[in-house]
Write a protein that binds this ligand. Structure first.
Ligand code: HEM
Length: 226
């Protein structure tokens, strides 16, 4: 990260805290039916979350829930455009949408990598791992595992079984999974309902850099209203 990028990030971080500090204070005095009020008034053994703890939770929620879902919609739309037979199938049978969202999560995973520290010496598929090793879990690779998925490189919006790892597994399974699925479903449903024709506009879209998140820089489309 360049010095300038770091300065911009620090300024954004200060603005983020200032914006939420005011809202946290307001929710402490006047609670509403929202997550900020719930956090502000949560109690455990007489203890409450400090302002710093709340700011960190809000940062996690915003970062974890923002670009990920954006990438699901962008990567998913591109996958459908690349596979017009699957797009047509989904238009013909909107009941496939829940399965399609799972398949789009699998096919071009918005989160490609998660990280873990090994707790005890063990072996995985013949690879020796030592306690305290740091490992990168390649979610995108696991989602194309031919031992788990039939024809893994094929987009199949009606795939019967789709045990992808795109929303994680175990105790760190994505907290926002139901919201992510709902947002994806609504976005794809609305796009297909509102536009009778959707085409890529201009040259092939490019992906942003990075090994954790996988998403497009932009996805210009030409759309014809239904
Ligand atoms: C398509 C959208 C999303 C994808 C692909 C996604 C993916 C993931 C993945 C792979 C993990 C596990 C990370 C790990 O094991 O290290 C995770 C955790 C998490 N996600 Fe999501 N996520 C999405 C949307 C959201 C939304 C909308 C929210 C919140 C509003 C959210 C909040 C979180 C949080 C708080 C965690 C951490 C859970 C923990 O460590 O206990 N995510 N997500």
């Amino acid at each position: 990260m360049s010095r300038r990028e770091r300065a911009v990030a620090q300024e954004a971080s200060r603005e983020f805290d200032a914006y939420f500090r005011a809202i946290i204070a307001e929710r402490r005095s006047t609670p509403r039916d929202d997550i900020l009020s719930a956090l502000a008034h949560a109690e455990d053994g007489g203890e409450r979350l400090s302002e710093r703890e709340m700011l960190n939770i809000l940062r996690l929620l915003l970062v974890a829930g923002n670009e990920t879902t954006t990438n699901l919609i962008g990567n998913g739309m591109l996958a459908l455009l690349d596979n017009p037979d699957q797009l047509a199938r989904l238009r013909d049978d909107p009941g496939l949408m829940p399965a399609a969202v799972e398949e789009l999560l699998r096919y071009d995973s918005p989160v490609q990598t998660t990280f873990r520290r090994v707790r005890a010496d063990c072996a995985v598929n013949g690879f020796e791992l030592r306690a305290r090793d740091n490992i990168a879990v390649l979610v995108g690779g696991a989602n194309r595992d031919p031992d788990v998925f039939e024809e893994p490189d094929r987009l199949d919006v009606g795939r019967a079984s789709c045990p992808h790892l795109s929303l994680g597994r175990g105790i760190h399974h994505c907290l926002g999974a139901p919201l992510a699925r709902l947002e994806g479903r609504i976005a794809f449903e609305m796009l297909l309902e509102r536009f009778a024709r959707i085409d890529l506009l201009g040259s092939r879209p490019k992906y942003r850099n990075g090994i954790v998140l996988r998403g497009l820089r932009s996805l210009p489309l030409s759309c014809v209203r239904a």
